[in-house]
Design a protein. Structure first.
Length: 114
């Protein structure tokens, strides 16, 4: 828009925080609708559109899960971790059964293989 003196007038645009207010209002209304009808809507969706239901659930799942151990366990190989887990399971089973036996680690006291 142009004023009489030839300068342009800029529109005041969207009121400050209007987007945030709209988002807040929408999310509040969505949460309220979900609390009232969400479970029923899912039951209907499972029956009437199972493929869409599965796609929806899948879209909420993380694409990949990555774990990295830190500290002393992070330095062990997969085989060493598996051996330690087996030793713990053996110790637990012996404890539950009331046996006080040593765990076979496959290594001599000095760390050398038997």
């Amino acid at each position: 828009m142009r004023r009489n003196n030839g300068t342009f007038v800029t529109s005041p645009g969207r009121p400050k925080n209007a987007r945030n207010r709209l988002q807040s209002d929408f999310l509040r209304d969505l949460a309220e609708a979900w609390a009232l009808e969400g479970a029923a809507a899912l039951r209907i969706m499972v029956k009437e559109e199972p493929g869409l239901f599965v796609r929806t659930v899948a879209s909420l799942m993380p694409r990949e899960v990555s774990m990295e151990l830190a500290g002393p366990l992070g330095e062990l190989s997969d085989q060493e971790l598996a051996d330690m887990l087996e030793a713990v399971r053996q110790l637990r089973a012996n404890t539950i059964n009331g046996k006080a036996t040593e765990i076979e680690t496959g290594k001599a006291d000095d760390g050398r293989p038997h």
